[in-house]
Write a protein that binds this ligand. Sequence first.
Ligand SMILES: NC(=O)c1ccc[n+]([C@@H]2O[C@H](COP(=O)([O-])OP(=O)(O)OC[C@H]3O[C@@H](n4cnc5c(N)ncnc54)[C@H](OP(=O)(O)O)[C@@H]3O)[C@@H](O)[C@H]2O)c1
Length: 219
Amino acid sequence: MRARISSPESRRRAHELRAAADAVMVGAGTVRRDDPRLTARDAAGPDPVRVVVSRGARLPLDALVFATAREVPTILLATGDVAPEAAAVLDDRGVEIVRARDLRDGLAVLASRGLLEILLEGGPTLAGALLADELVDRLTVFVAPLVLGRGAPDLVALAAPAAVAEGLALSDVSWETTGRDAVCRARIVRSRVAAAPSQASAEWGPRAVPAEGATEGDD
Ligand SMILES: NC(=O)c1ccc[n+]([C@@H]2O[C@H](COP(=O)([O-])OP(=O)(O)OC[C@H]3O[C@@H](n4cnc5c(N)ncnc54)[C@H](OP(=O)(O)O)[C@@H]3O)[C@@H](O)[C@H]2O)c1
C-alpha cells in the first residue's frame, strides 16, 4: 500500500473542500503521475466537476478521470491543440473539451458555465502558473509532521524572489489541526511572483500540498 503523507482526517477534509467547490482542477502532470480520481467520496457532499488543464499535446488518455467521465462530469481545459484522434477518444469517454487561449481565458469560460469556486489541487507547475498570473484568491496548505529533502516536488513552482519582501504575501491567516497535521488557510495578497519551471520529472510518489484545497494528491 502506498505511504501517505497526510493524515486520514486531512484527506477527509480535502474531500469536504472538493464537495464544497464547483470544480476541482489539476494539471495534466498530476494526472500522468498520480492518476487521481478527484472525487469527494469521503465527504457527505456531491462530487465536483473535474477539470484537467493541459496544453493538449500529451494527454494521459487512459487516466481514471477520463475513464470515469460518464459518472462524474470531466472537462479537459486545453490551451493548445488537441489531436483529432485524442479528441475522439475523449469524446467517446464523455469528456468535454474546453478550448481556451490561456489560463485566464480558461477560468473565464469555466465561470461563464457557473464554475466559480474552483479548488486547485496542484500540481506545482499549474499552481505556480496560476499564482504568477494572479488567478488564485485563497490558499489552504496542509502541513504534515514529516521532513522531505531536496528533490521532493515544490509546493508551488514559483521562482525565488530577489528579496523576502517580494515573496507571495498572505493575509487573514488561520491555523487549525486535522489529525496530526496543521492546516493553514489564508488570502493571497497580490504580489509580483514569477513561475518557475516544473520539477515534475523527478521520481516521486506522495506529496505535501497546494492551493485552495488539496492534501495528498492521491485520489
Ligand atoms: N503536494 C500536493 O498536494 C500535490 C498536488 C498535486 C500534485 N502533486 C505532485 O506534483 C507532481 C506533478 O507535478 P507537475 O508540476 O507536473 O503537475 P501539474 O502542475 O499538475 O501539471 C503540469 C502540467 O499542467 C499543464 N499546465 C501547467 N501550466 C499550464 C498552463 N499555463 N497552460 C496550460 N497547461 C498547463 C501542462 O500539461 P501538459 O504537459 O499536458 O501540456 C503541464 O505539463 C506529482 O509528483 C504529484 O504527485 C503534489
